[in-house]
Design a protein around this ligand. Structure first.
Ligand code: IDP
Ligand code: MG
Length: 149
C-alpha cells in the first residue's frame, strides 16, 4: 500500500471544489486516512516547495499557496501516488488530459487546483510535514474486498 499527500489549493477551496476533489479520489477507490484544513504559513510553504526554490515562479507560488486556506489529505491505495497524479492531470492545465481535475477545472498553471506527491520519498516527507503520526487513521473499510483483490 502506498500513501500520498494531496492538497486542495487555495483556488480549489475558494471555488467550492473541495468536495469534487475528494469525490473523485473516493470514487476511484482510494482510501482517505488523513484530513485537515489550514492556512499555510510562509515557512511551511517554503519547506513544502523547497525543490522549487530559486525557480522564476517560486515567489509567486509561495504567495498563491499561502493566500487562503487549503485542505490537506493523505490518501492510501496500491500505487496511490501515480493514481492521484493521473487523476489530477498535468501540471499545466492546457496539457492535462480530458477528464482529469486540472483539465476539467483549470486554465492556468498558477491556479492549478491540486497538489499530489510525485514519488515515494517525497510522499513520506510531505506527509510528515503536515501530519503527526497519530493524525493518520488506519481503518478497515468494509468495501475493500470489492475494490482490492
Ligand atoms: P506539480 O504540482 O504537478 O507536481 P511542480 O512542477 O511540482 O508541479 O510545480 C509545483 C507547482 O508550482 C505547480 O503545481 C504550480 O502550482 C507551480 N508551477 C509549476 N510550474 C510553474 C510555472 O511554470 N509557472 C508558474 N507556476 C508553476
Ligand atoms: Mg510537484
Amino acid at each position: 500500500m502506498e500513501r500520498t499527500l494531496v492538497i486542495v489549493k487555495p483556488d480549489g477551496v475558494q471555488r467550492g471544489l473541495i468536495g469534487e476533489v475528494i469525490g473523485r479520489l473516493e470514487r476511484r477507490g482510494l482510501k482517505l486516512v488523513g484530513l485537515k484544513m489550514l492556512q499555510m504559513s510562509e515557512a511551511l510553504a517554503r519547506e513544502h516547495y523547497r525543490v522549487h526554490e530559486g525557480k522564476p515562479f517560486f515567489e509567486g507560488l509561495i504567495r498563491y499557496i499561502t493566500s487562503a486556506p487549503v485542505v490537506v489529505m493523505v490518501w492510501e491505495g496500491p500505487q496511490a501516488i501515480e493514481i492521484v497524479r493521473r487523476t489530477m492531470g498535468a501540471t499545466h492545465p492546457a496539457e492535462a488530459a480530458p477528464g482529469t481535475l486540472r483539465a476539467d477545472y483549470c486554465l492556468e498553471v498558477r491556479r492549478n487546483l491540486v497538489h499530489g506527491s510525485d514519488g515515494p520519498e517525497t510522499a513520506a516527507t510531505e506527509i510528515a510535514l503536515f501530519f503527526k503520526p497519530e493524525e493518520i487513521v488506519s481503518w478497515q473499510r468494509d468495501t475493500d474486498r470489492w475494490i482490492l483483490e
